[in-house]
Design a protein around this ligand. Structure first.
Ligand SMILES: Nc1ncnc2c1ncn2[C@@H]1O[C@H](COP(=O)(O)OP(=O)(O)OP(=O)(O)O)[C@@H](O)[C@H]1O
Ligand SMILES: [Mg+2]
Length: 434
C-alpha cells in the first residue's frame, strides 16, 4: 500500500481521496483556508475526515508553510510516495513539495512553465509549436505598444491568471487603457486567495477566433497521451466567460486526433511529465492554437461529465497514475454524450419570491444530474469569474448536440421561472458540428 499526499483539492476532487482510501492507501490532506471558497464546507469536511493525516497551511506560494503543515499533520514525510493537487492554486505547491521530500510528483519546472503563461508561450515559440503573438507587460503604456505590434484585437490577461480574473478583450487602444484603469480595483475586489496568486505582469496576446476545446493529457514514464477532448461553451456576450462543456468534442475523428497530438506536443515542450493536464485550445481557421495549460486535471464540472460517459472514474485514474500505474488506453472510450451548463447572470439579479424550497426538483428530473445554490429572494452576482455561477445542469444523450439541447431547454425554462436573463451560451459553430 502507498501513501498519497494531497495539497488542496477541488470539491469534486474529494473523490480522489475517497478512491485512495478505498484502495487501502494512506492519505494525507493539506489544506489552505484561503481556498475554502473552491469547495463546499461539506466537501472540505469530507476531505479532512477521509484523510489519515491533515493540517492547514497559510500560503501555497510559501514552500516552508506547506512543508511545515506536512510535519504538523503527523505524517512521516519519508513514507509519502506521491504528492498531487486537483486545485490550480495548489499545483505548484504540490510539485515543489514532491521534489523537496523526494516523492513522485509533477516536475516543478514544468508546472511553473505551464502556470506562467508568458513563459509557456516563450517555450512553445522556442520549440516551434504553433502559438499566438504575445508580449509580457506591466502597465498600460507597455500594453499599448505590445497591442500595436501584435495588431488589434488583443486579449489582456494576468500572466498567472486563473478563473478569468482581470481579463479583457481589447478591440482598440481605448479598451487597453480601460483594462488598466480598472485592473487594480478589480484585483482588490477578488477573493484574497485569487488575488494572492497574481503578480504585476500581464500578457497581451493575439485574440484568436474559433471554437474552444480542451484536452486532458495523461503523462507518465516518458509517455504522454490525450485521454479525452471536450468542446467548451462560452458566453455569447463575453467569450472570455466559460459556461460549460460537452464530451465527446463533436470534432471529426481526424480533427480530434490532430487536437490530441497538438495538446501532447504542448505538454511535452513544457516538461509536464507526471499527471493529467488540462490543455485549452482554440480551433482557428489556421489550425489549433493554445489558449493555456493548467498543470492539473480539469477543474469545474468536467471530471464528472467525463466519468459519466467514460465508464471510469477519472479521479481514480489520476490517483493510480501518480502511484505508478500504467497510462490508460487513450482516448478513453465514451458511451454516449454528456454536456453540462452553468447557470450565471449577466447582471446582478434577484431570484423571485415566493419560490418553493424544492423549486429545482422538476428541472433535475429532466437531467442526469445538477445542482443549484440559490432560492427565493437570493441576489445573484453578475458573472465575472468562474466562481460566480450559481448552478450546474448535466444531460446525457446519444449525441453531443442532443445533450447540449437538453441542457439549453432546462436553462430556458429556469430563465422563464426567474424572469431575468441568464448568460446565453455559444456552443460549436454549426459548420464544425459533425
Ligand atoms: N489568445 C486568445 N484568443 C482568444 N481567446 C482567448 C485567448 N486567451 C484567452 N482567451 C479566452 O479567454 C478565456 C480565459 O483565458 P485563460 O484560459 O487564459 O484564463 P484563465 O483565467 O486561466 O481561465 P481558467 O483558469 O478559468 O481556465 C479562455 O477560455 C478563452 O475563451
Ligand atoms: Mg482557461
Amino acid at each position: 500500500m502507498s501513501h498519497l499526499l494531497f495539497v488542496e483539492t477541488t470539491g469534486l476532487g474529494v473523490q480522489a481521496l475517497a478512491h485512495a482510501k478505498r484502495s487501502g492507501h494512506t492519505v494525507t490532506y493539506l489544506h489552505c483556508p484561503l481556498y475554502d471558497f473552491t469547495a463546499s464546507p461539506a466537501q472540505r469536511r469530507e476531505a479532512i475526515q477521509l484523510a489519515d493525516h491533515s493540517a492547514a497551511f497559510t500560503d501555497p506560494l510559501d514552500g516552508d508553510s506547506v512543508h511545515g503543515a506536512l510535519l504538523a499533520s503527523g505524517a512521516d514525510p519519508e513514507s509519502v510516495d506521491a504528492v498531487l493537487s486537483t486545485l490550480s492554486y495548489g499545483a505548484q505547491a504540490a510539485a515543489d513539495l514532491a521534489a523537496r521530500i523526494g516523492a513522485r510528483g509533477t516536475s516543478p519546472a514544468g508546472t511553473l512553465a505551464a502556470r506562467d503563461k508568458g513563459e509557456c508561450r516563450r517555450v512553445l515559440r522556442e520549440r516551434g509549436v504553433p502559438s499566438v503573438g504575445f508580449h509580457v507587460v506591466t502597465d498600460a503604456a507597455g500594453a499599448l505598444e505590445a497591442a500595436e505590434a501584435i495588431g488589434y484585437p488583443v486579449i489582456v490577461k494576468p500572466v498567472l491568471g486563473i478563473g478569468k480574473a482581470v481579463t479583457s478583450i481589447a478591440p482598440d487602444p481605448a479598451a487597453v487603457r480601460a483594462h488598466f484603469a480598472v485592473a487594480a480595483a478589480e484585483r482588490d475586489g477578488l477573493t484574497e486567495g485569487m488575488a494572492r496568486q497574481l503578480d504585476e505582469r500581464y500578457l497581451v496576446e493575439e485574440l484568436v477566433s474559433g471554437d474552444l476545446y480542451s484536452v486532458e493529457v495523461a503523462a507518465s514514464g516518458g509517455r504522454l497521451v490525450p485521454l479525452v477532448c471536450a468542446s467548451r461553451k462560452v458566453s455569447r456576450e463575453n467569450p472570455v466567460l466559460e459556461l460549460g462543456c460537452t464530451v465527446p468534442s463533436g470534432l471529426t475523428a481526424p480533427d480530434e486526433a490532430a487536437l490530441g497530438r497538438y495538446a501532447v506536443d504542448v505538454c511535452r515542450a513544457l516538461g509536464l511529465d507526471l499527471g493529467v493536464f488540462h490543455v485549452e485550445v482554440m480551433h482557428t481557421p489556421s489550425g489549433f492554437r493554445l489558449i493555456e495549460v493548467n498543470p492539473r486535471l480539469t477543474g469545474g464540472s468536467l471530471p464528472d461529465t467525463i466519468s459519466s460517459v467514460a465508464g471510469v472514474d477519472v479521479f481514480a485514474l489520476l490517483v493510480d497514475l501518480f502511484l505508478g500505474g500504467p497510462l490508460p488506453d487513450a482516448p478513453l472510450p465514451l458511451r454516449g454524450s454528456a454536456s453540462h451548463s452553468f447557470l450565471a447572470a449577466p447582471r446582478k439579479s434577484t431570484v423571485p419570491s415566493p419560490l418553493p424550497d424544492d423549486w429545482f426538483a422538476p428541472f433535475l428530473a429532466r437531467l442526469h444530474s445538477g445542482h443549484v445554490r440559490v432560492g427565493a429572494g437570493d441576489v445573484v452576482p453578475p458573472m465575472r469569474t468562474n466562481f460566480d455561477s450559481f448552478g450546474m445542469l448535466r444531460a446525457l444523450a446519444p449525441t453531443p448536440a442532443e445533450a447540449e439541447a437538453a441542457c439549453s431547454a432546462v436553462k430556458a425554462d429556469i430563465e422563464d421561472l426567474f424572469g431575468f436573463p441568464l448568460l446565453a451560451e455559444r456552443t460549436r459553430t454549426p459548420a464544425a458540428v459533425a
